[in-house]
Design a binder for this molecule. Sequence first.
Ligand code: ADP
Length: 927
Amino acid sequence: MTEATGIVGEFLSLKEETDADILAMQCGDFYEFFAEDAELVADELDLKVSQKGSHGSSYPMAGVPLDDLTPYLSALVERGYRVAVADQYETEDGHAREITRIVTPGTHLETSDDDARYLAAVVRDGGGDGGSSGSGEATYGIAVADVTTGQFLVTEQSGADATSAALTELYKFDPAEVLPGPEIRSDDDFLDEVRERTDASLSLHTTEAFAPGRARHRVREQFGAETLESVGIADAEAAVRAAGAVIAYVDETGAGVLASMTRLQSFDESAYVDLDATTQRNLELTETMQGERSGSLFDTVDHTVTSAGGRLLREWLQRPRRSREELDRRQSAVAALAESAMARDQLRETLGDAYDLERLASKAASGSADARDLRAVQETLALLPAVGELVAETERLASSPLGDVLERPDRAAAAELAADLDEALVEDPPGTVTQGGLIRQGFDTELDEIVGDHEAALDWIEELPEREKRKTGITHLSVDRNKTDGYYIQVGKSETDQVPAEYEQIKTLKNSERYVIDELAEKEREILRLEERRHEMEREIFERLRERVAAQAEVLQETGRALAECDALASLAVHAVRNDWSRPELSDGRELSVDQGRHPVVEQTTQFVPNDLYMDDDRQFLVVTGPNMSGKSTYMRQAALITLLAQVGSFVPARSARVGLVDGIYTRVGALDELAQGRSTFMVEMQELSNILHSATEESLVILDEVGRGTATYDGISIAWAASEYIVNNVAAKTLFATHYHELTVLGEELPSVQNVHVAADERDGDVTFLRTVEDGPTDRSYGIHVADLAGVPGPVVDRSREVLDRLREEEAIEVRGSDSGSTTQAVFDLSSGQFETAAGGSAGGGDETAADAGSGSGGEQLATDGSHAVGESAGGGSETATDAGSALDPEVEDVLDELRDLDVNETPPVELMAKVQDWQAELDEE
Ligand code: ADP
């Protein structure tokens, strides 16, 4: 292939310089994409491709007008591409081009929604080179920045579970782009996890950016020399490396938003309730399991009136707090707002006019804010005193922590900036900063003079036709301006003979002639000069204003956050009032008592039956049983959500509640979505269980829904049993465990801190009514068949199920029936032996001997569990009672067993052992 030259050659060599996926190169008034990039972009964005000939070859080409690039960039970036932009600039001999910025998913300012958009860097120190399973303990450093708001957080993870903890942190932020440090780049396991669980693009930034010294320098430069010490991360090298890499990356991509990153925050996990990604999903905090926003907790409780308020409320739900003090503060503010209806409405109405100051700060810093944006800054800053007054006027609010929220921003600086902007900018500025019309009269004397002259010149032009008409007597005479001819005088054909000599003809049209005169040409030059000067001056003044705003990014951010907090608190109050929620009492004990509680989301769409929950040290582990569809999951999620809402500072859906603060909420519930992802549900189930058993503490809340369901009954029941014991004895977390394994209810009878509760149902004349109330004690029946009936399963199947169930209860056997309506039994499945027995004539005697039940009374009525055996075995706690009650055993056999038990294997010589075994065999043979 011939080497491309000319414009395509230039494109291809610029492309070589960058590791971006796509290059957009300015060619005059367009940004062009060539070759493969053209095809890709055309495909993604529905652009037309044409062919560009270049020295005998031809290349695909696609382009967008200069001013339209941003939406195309946004679309590409949203699809995960990194796009380099090369701009054209003038040189002595023509022009040249160079890459001025790289737009990436994590550094792009334009967003189509209000959500935070995170760029993250992850590094690992120590832990060997061999990936996440390497030897020695690793420390992970994570930095996340939201360039659209200037938020910047760092954290470190170390210890035995550092890898999974680091991944969990990443999932929490759901970053748009991740910069893996040099050690992580070769760790495919880690990267695969990130790919699987987030939509992040992985960008390989230069290794030097992660170097400790360099990173530390950058962090100091960005946030101030003392910051590392004051934030307490001076010794956290991994965190510092990650932070430095983020700063370097943001800088090098050329987005120009560094100035908006004003504050480094150390993300101290111990301040927040641990909520892993699975739990966030299970509890449907921000989207439902089906991935819909509507129907999520956030969607339900969100009544915010600003995008910043919504963003903050969402963040609160995703990161509930552990600090009693902080929660008391939020609760008091919500309570005050809940009690002050009028003031609350006014406050929300006022806040409704606020723009997103945090985002505007980033736009100002990057230089992309226009005059309308600065007006928005001014109008929003000006709301602060208005909101402050509203709060001050209402005693109940003024004495609440809301007052402090509004004290936080530098009100004097905000007022001064607002006043300056107001003085400088016209009321309703245009959306472009190059065409003038931005600056108020009276702001700058020099500008006023130029504007005065400019307007006088325009007036002169406006009056020119009348003057000329009077002078020449021509009636059809007008003055106009266009791009090619500039200003001209136009005279109708019929009167051209009256045109004076100084009129110089420049163009002939069908019905008229165009002329210029010296005076007009001179005025035109003056107007052009004044126009240019005016636009230039206005732009200069505007740029200064924008810089002034950027320099005050912190004031904008603080004010934005204060207003957002008022909005979020008011939203919580609105929801509490509208739904009759109550203020929960917070405590440090291990309790959770809820009187007449409801599920915050389900109560919106259903006539919800409230129910009670009572947990404390004596009722630390609740085994929740009840028919399918009776409301077990709802009840448990409700417990988790009430706890979570309490730790957001919100009121809760209950008549009253006392909530012992937790350090984490862990859930393991249905795994539909994992099924869809093609991961084995049972594997996922066990991974989640494992995570809970490792992470939960006695201060946690654990919700387990049907653990063990994904495997064979005996397997499942054993795991459920052992996990329950472990939680009760070793973890001691507050736990709700819904199960269809009836056997687990025995735990409630045997272990003091375990209690049974069940969701009540009523059966009358074969019909089941779900009462939805929760009562103490285990459920007494399985209603599965009734539910099948209700669901419309054909009559014969339902009837036959009842028969099978009856037979199971009586004989622990199911006979397999042939197709001729079941008169002949072809085989019998004996549950105790797990074998089929071919049995003509239907004598299914196989189960009889072993049917003797340990008599726990706990049922064994469910088809899935074939109950009584497992109960007998497990409840007895071991092998001694494996053969029930002993009555079936011969005394001779007992003797052998006794001897066997008493024998000390370590003390007995092998030969003697052999002899004994032979004796026993002989004795048993005689049996
Ligand atoms: P389970 O986990 O026992 O199978 P679910 O918790 O999934 O049952 O609840 C089944 C249905 O009952 C759901 O549609 C739920 O909305 C509804 N439901 C649950 N609890 C209540 C309640 N207390 N009041 C009204 N409807 C409820």
